[in-house]
Structure formats: structure tokens, C-alpha cells
Design a protein around this ligand. Structure first.
Ligand code: FDP
Length: 280
């Protein structure tokens, strides 16, 4: 698996340059999720694919920007599901964006994930690698990712990142979020899943929620490329990740582009979600 992580590091350095200097315009393509692809989405997908092609242990790749699974090496052991440039709509306003990777064995159900990595392209470029634990790395002046620390969530945090349009929230979700704010939590939400979850992980905890809504009952965030990798990171950091009632890593997508409502956080906040959601 280390070779895959090294390939991700190499790709991340190239994607970072692309974000800084590449063409931020739209292409003429629409991806499976229905988003018009930015030229940067397509270019970063190609960079990552190029780096993964060099790694013989990767059997196949599933990208948010590709319609189908792509076979790379028949005898490979791992399947890598990734979102090459998550939150790319934030690039034109110069907010942080990221890349997300889930490393799977024998399938792409939640229980098949064996490692997860994400990269944050912000004022600094950071990478979190989750295997037995979750570790933070930072890109240094020599172009190497150096380990900074192991990430450990507290039992309870102070941040509340509330996704999706409030107009479409179920009433019980609105009640839950209002109660959390009434208890003194601060709103932190940029609209980029990677920096928003990174903030919760590094500030010791809190809650990130992306619920079911009236127009998207299965939520917006994609299981294989976004939700499972972050669920794995949160669990390895001592936190919890659920769909409202159930552990996210118990879910079995029926299609590679399936989505799910999702909640990531430290123990106390997720306990509150479970208490409220179990009544409905
Ligand atoms: P984006 O559409 O900009 O790619 O992956 C989808 C995502 O961003 C996540 O990064 C982010 O958390 C979410 O959508 C934000 O959605 P809302 O604006 O509906 O809250």
C-alpha cells in the first residue's frame, strides 16, 4: 500500500501546481454526478491516473470524473476510488480544495476499505493518511511530505459544519442543528468537504453533517469517493461516522456513484445525532 501512498504524494504535488497555474475555465463535459467538469477536474484526473498506472498493485480505479471502473493491472490487489478535485467550484474564489482517495480490497463496499488518504490544497499542502491510525503530513520546501503528527479527536468538539440547503432539511434535522448551536457550537462551513472535515479533525472535533433533503433524499456526497474514505479517517482518528442511524462503513452501494446522507464527528456529537434520528 505504501507505493499507492507514494503515487498519491507525487500526483498531489502535480495537482497543486495545476491548481495554482492551470486554466480555471469549464470544459464541455458533464460527469456522472451531473456537474459540468472544469478543465482542472479533467486534468487532475489524468495526472492521478498517470501516477496510478505505474503501480502494479492497483487492479482498477474508480474516479468521480469517470463513468465506469477502469482496469489498470489484472493481477493487482487494490481498487482505488477517488475524487481528483473535490470542491473544485471553490477554486475561482480561491478557497481550499482537496483530493480524496479510498483504497479497497475485493470490492467497494464500506467494509472493503483498507486505507484512505486525502490532500488539502490550502495555504499549505497537507495530506492525511489513514491505515492503523490517521497521520498528518505537510509538504515542505524540498517537495517532500513530512509527518507532522497523529490525529486524535477529543470526545467532544466546538465546531458545527452544516451542509445542504436548509430549506430542504427535514424538521428533525433542523431541530438537532439548532440545539447544537444553542449549546455554543460555532458555524464553520466553506462548502469544501475536504477543508471542512480537515478543520474538524485538526481542531479536535465537532460535527459535519450532510443530511437527506427534500430534493436529494439520499444526500449529495458520494460513498466510494468521498464518504467511505472520510468515514475510515474519522474512525481511525477516534471519531464516528454514520448515515443518521447506521455506521457508514456498513453500507453497500449498488452503484459506484451512489450517495448517502452522512455525519462525521467526535463521539458526543454523533451520539446526539443518533438520539434524534432514532426517533424518525
Ligand atoms: P462541490 O459541489 O463544490 O464539488 O463534493 C461535493 C461538494 O462540493 C463537497 O465538497 C461539499 O462538502 C459539498 O459539495 C457542498 O454542498 P452544499 O453546497 O450543498 O452544502
Amino acid at each position: 500500500m505504501q507505493k499507492i501512498i507514494d503515487a498519491i504524494s507525487a500526483a498531489a504535488i502535480r495537482v497543486k501546481k495545476l491548481i495554482e497555474f492551470g486554466d480555471t475555465g469549464y470544459s464541455e463535459h458533464i460527469n456522472k454526478t451531473g456537474d459540468t467538469q472544469l478543465k482542472l477536474d479533467i486534468a487532475s484526473d489524468l495526472i492521478i491516473e498517470e501516477e496510478f498506472k505505474k503501480i502494479s498493485s492497483i487492479k482498477s480505479i474508480i474516479s468521480e470524473e469517470k463513468d465506469e471502473i477502469k482496469l489498470l493491472h489484472v493481477d493487482g490487489k487494490y481498487i482505488v476510488g477517488y475524487d481528483p478535485l473535490d470542491g473544485s467550484s471553490l477554486i475561482d474564489v480561491n478557497l481550499a480544495v482537496g483530493s480524496i482517495f479510498g483504497i479497497y480490497e475485493n470490492g467497494t463496499e464500506g467494509s472493503n476499505i483498507v486505507g484512505a488518504v486525502y490532500v488539502v490544497y490550502g495555504p499549505r499542502t497537507e495530506m492525511v493518511v489513514a491505515k492503523e491510525d490517521a497521520r498528518l503530513y505537510r509538504l515542505n520546501e524540498s517537495g517532500e511530505f513530512k509527518e507532522v503528527k497523529t490525529i486524535k479527536l477529543n470526545q467532544k468538539g466546538k465546531l458545527n459544519a452544516t451542509g445542504a440547503t436548509q430549506k430542504g432539511w427535514p424538521t428533525y434535522h433542523k431541530k438537532l442543528i439548532e440545539e447544537i448551536f444553542a449549546d455554543g457550537y460555532r458555524l464553520r462551513y466553506s462548502g469544501g468537504m475536504v477543508p471542512d472535515l480537515h478543520q474538524i479533525l485538526l481542531k479536535g472535533g465537532g460535527l459535519f453533517s450532510y443530511p437527506s433533503t427534500s430534493d436529494a433524499p439520499k444526500g449529495k456526497l458520494r460513498l466510494v469517493f468521498e464518504v467511505f474514505p472520510f468515514a475510515f479517517v474519522f474512525e481511525k482518528a477516534g471519531g464516528v461516522a454514520i448515515d443518521g442511524k447506521k455506521r457508514l462503513l456498513e453500507l453497500k452501494p449498488s452503484h459506484i456513484h451512489d450517495t448517502s446522507p452522512c455525519f462525521f464527528g467526535s463521539n458526543e456529537e454523533i451520539e446526539r445525532v443518533l438520539n434524534e434520528y432514532s426517533k424518525h
